[in-house]
Design a protein around this ligand. Sequence first.
Ligand code: XUL
Ligand code: CO
Length: 434
Amino acid sequence: MSSYFDGIEPVRYEGPDSATELCFRHYDPNATVLGKRLEDHLRFAVAWWHSFAWPGGDPFGGQTFDRPWFGDDMNAAKAKADAAFDLFAILGQPFFCFHDADIAPGAEGFEESARNFDAIVDYIGEKMAAGGPRLLWGTANLFSHRRFMSGAATNPDPDVFAWSAATVKRCMDATHRLGGENYVLWGGREGYETLLNTDLTREAEQAGAFLQKVVDYKYKIGFRGTILIEPKPQEPTKHQYDHDVATVYGFLKRFGLEDEVKVNIEQGHAILAGHSFEHEIALAASLDIFGSIDMNRNDYQSGWDTDQFPDNPREVALAYYEILRAGGFSTGGTNFDAKLRRQSLDPLDLVAAHVGAMDVCARGLKAAAAMLADGVLEDARAARYAGWDTSDAQEMLDDMDLAAIHDLVVDADLRPEPRSGRQEILENLVSRYV
Ligand code: XUL
Ligand code: CO
């Protein structure tokens, strides 16, 4: 049967010195790193939306891609699924992710939409049963259709809340049916354009009630995967409620859901929020809510959420370092929430983008594993805090009040001596590994 990717062979690992254009130079799925196969460390996923549904538009111009499966009916949706599984066979990545709107044509009525969706989910299920990747996560697109323009769960209209809840129910059912390992909530319209028409208290309470219903439904259907919130500070809204990891944690605590929900952290979203990717991962790990990552990068000149494929081994290494320090992924993985540039029209571009990104991630993970195994950074970190390991320091922290600490400082005539933070030395150390 002919395929959009005809003429492109499955990509193989050939090592760093290979002259083959399309091969893995660093990603050998079977190589063992820290006692685990690279494939099982990285848990790569291809994103249906950017790779198969995105038409190549930008805010100033429309479609540039001319995919044979583009169309708004069930035949087009099946052709799209066929093309997706052809790409998966070329890349050999273990997972994929989708929104309902990526895989099936919508309809104005809920039932018709849901029927289309369920039929394509069955079709994808058959393709999965015949071999190919598993589902890392499913999600609902509660942001593209105009009904969601004022939010989904946080909409001022209860009918939109209801539509959104019903949609999430269907998407959780589908994710469960396909054996998905996580379910993601990204609230692209859960925020505001202007405070002048916004009731912050109501909207937060609606969002909290919605999330509680999602968690309750997970238990009702016996879904064993992880519920993940994906933070982002803005775009498309002026202000998004799930601003960053710290804000999401505060929200989860407010509604008592911090043990039920974790985060899916995206590189570009972290940067938009004024953080680094590794900061967001490290913070989530320290709060025990780290779940999964959306791997990509923004354009550092435009500052927009451009969702490009990652190409910077050092940045990626620092991110995986925090993931490995936290014990690695459990249900999470590395989802390429990344899209081609709109001039990259060819099937080869789509394959090459993923191959390059998988290689950069493999390189980063190997560097991170070596840094961790050698222990140099962790030894330096431990040495920096060694003073706190003494019983005197612990006693001060646990048992002494301000007055007692005051007396201690006076009695001992304490004169703290500043010590170097050794930042450049540590940065030089990282450079040796990447
Ligand atoms: C948008 C974004 C989404 C989520 C899933 O910036 O990252 O694609 O990952 O809805
Ligand atoms: Co994302």
